[in-house]
Design a protein around this ligand. Structure first.
Ligand code: NAG
Length: 254
């Protein structure tokens, strides 16, 4: 029997019923250089923790669909192999936690153009699997050119909140990662920033609808990684699984 236990590590991590996502929020100038103290928007990158967990859980299913190798990487203990042999894993010796840490940190650094270093701290020898999703040089929006501001047109998941005063637009990357542009109304930056906590971001995200938008937004290039770590120990006759999650991002312009 497996018992699941969620551990939250670090400030950017959450796992409460409604919140499938861990969000990282940054404040970004709407103009470069910003013209006044209100000339900013917010950007929130969400890593889907439930999806990362399900990749781990599916390792035991023979008939599961292997996850897309360009979106997620599975590091699996040398003592294990995936039930579905089509699932690509990187066999990793967690019995040597120092070597495992070096290997995985190098992997993250290579897959984020060197922007994210020393992402993992020490592993346990009982680590069974690490599921990692990275976004490297993720340009948002995708449209070409080098200018800082671009016109975003098309159908997007969108919501507006008149009370707090903002428009939010979602640009998903894949099933593991998504991005929310949160554009405050005139003079509302401080209140929007105060309201944009993890709980509200999850609620706002769930209330978005598909709409046609035509908005000027800034361009940025994102480097993101999000991970879950599963440590498995035997307690009496049970396997106790501890899940740890972490995420980090770095942003450049345009
Ligand atoms: C979008 O808005 C810009 C300026 O606000 C306008 O020039 C352009 O024609 C609009 N595009 C569409 C597809 O509505």
């Amino acid at each position: 029997m497996r018992i699941l236990l969620f551990l939250c590590v670090g400030a950017s991590l959450v796992h409460l019923g409604v919140q499938d996502y861990s969000f990282m929020t940054v404040t970004i100038p709407k103009n470069m250089p910003p013209k006044n103290p209100n000339d900013y928007s917010l950007l929130a990158v969400g890593v889907n923790l439930d999806k990362l967990n399900s990749v781990y859980e599916n390792l035991e299913e023979t008939d599961s669909t292997p996850p897309p190798a360009d979106a997620v990487t599975i590091f699996l203990s040398t003592l294990k192999s995936p039930a579905n042999e089509k699932t690509i894993v990187i066999s990793t010796d967690f019995n040597n936690p120092t070597a495992a840490k070096t290997k995985l940190n190098n992997y993250v650094t290579q897959h984020t153009s060197g922007k994210i270093k020393n992402f993992y701290s020490d592993f346990e020898q009982t680590t069974e699997a690490v599921i990692l999703s990275c976004a490297d040089k993720w340009k948002i929006p995708v449209s070409g050119g080098n200018s800082y501001m671009v016109q975003l047109t098309g159908e997007y998941n969108t919501m507006t909140n008149k009370e707090i005063g903002f428009t939010m637009i979602e640009i998903p990357k894949n099933q593991f990662m998504t991005l929310l542009y949160i554009i405050p109304d005139e003079g509302k930056l401080a209140s929007v920033r105060a309201a944009a906590n993890k709980m509200n971001l999850a609620l706002w995200k769930n209330s978005m609808t598909r709409q046609v938008v035509n908005l000027t937004v800034f361009r940025a290039t994102l480097y993101v990684c999000g991970t879950m770590i599963a440590d498995v120990t035997e307690v009496d006759d049970h396997q106790l699984i501890k899940y740890k999650q972490a995420s980090r991002m770095s942003v450049t312009y345009p």
